[in-house]
Design a binder for this molecule. Sequence first.
Ligand SMILES: [Zn+2]
Length: 262
Amino acid sequence: MSMDTEKAEKAQLERNANLDGLIKLQKLDSEIARLSEMLDKTLPSEIEELCSSFSNAKEALEKHNQELESIAKIRRDLEATVDDTTASIAKTKQKLTEVKTNVEYRAILSEQENLESKIITIEDRQLELMESAETLIAERNILNSEAEAEERRFQSKKAEKELEITKLKEQLAVLVLDRKQIKQSIEQDVLAQYERVVKSRNGIGISQVLDRTCQGCYQTIQPQLYYQIRTTGNIYQCPHCDRYLYHNEAKNDKTTGLGQNK
Ligand SMILES: [Zn+2]
C-alpha cells in the first residue's frame, strides 16, 4: 500500500501536462461562466427590479394627476353650466316684466325657481369636487416626494450596478486572455473533447476523483481505473459522464483519510 502511495506521488509529479492545463482551464471556465451569468442575467434583472419600484411610484403619481385633471374638467363644465343658467335666469326676469296673464307669470316664476335650484345643486357639487381635489393634491404631494426619493435611490443604485458591470467586464476580459494562453498548453484533441463535454455536461469537463467517486456525476469508478488514475498520471475519462478525471493525492488523504487504504 505504501508502494501505491509512492507511485501515486510520483504520478502526481509526472502528471500528464494536459491534465494540469485542463484543471486550470476548468477553473477559468467556471469563473468565466459565473461572471457571464452575473453580467447577462443577475445584474440586468437586479437593475430591472430597481426600476420597477421606481416606475410604480411614478405610476401612482401619474394616476393622481389624471384624476385631478378630470375633476378640473368637470368643474370647468359645471362653471359653464352655471354661467348659462345665470343667463337664463336673467332672461326669465326680463320676461316677467312683459307677462300679460297670471298663468304666464306663475309659469315663468316656476322656471326661474327651477333654474335657481339647479345653480344651488351645482354649487353643492362644486364644493364636493373642491374637497376631493384638495385631498388628492395633498396625496399627490406625498406621492411626488416619494417618487423623487425613489428616483434618487434608483439612480444611485443603478450607478452602483453599472460600476459593478464595468468591473466584471474587465475581470472577464483578463480571464478570457488567460484562457487563450492555457489552451495552448493542451493538445488539440484533448481540448476538443473537453469542450464537447463542457457543453453537454453543465459547464464541467474535468472532475476530481474523490474516494473512487467521480465528483462530476457522483458515480463510482472501477478499482482498476481508479488505480490507473492514481498511479500513472495518464489522462482518463469517467466511463459514466465522459468528463476527464484527475486525482489529487494530498487532498484525498486530508479530506477522506482513505488515501492510503485504497
Ligand atoms: Zn463522472
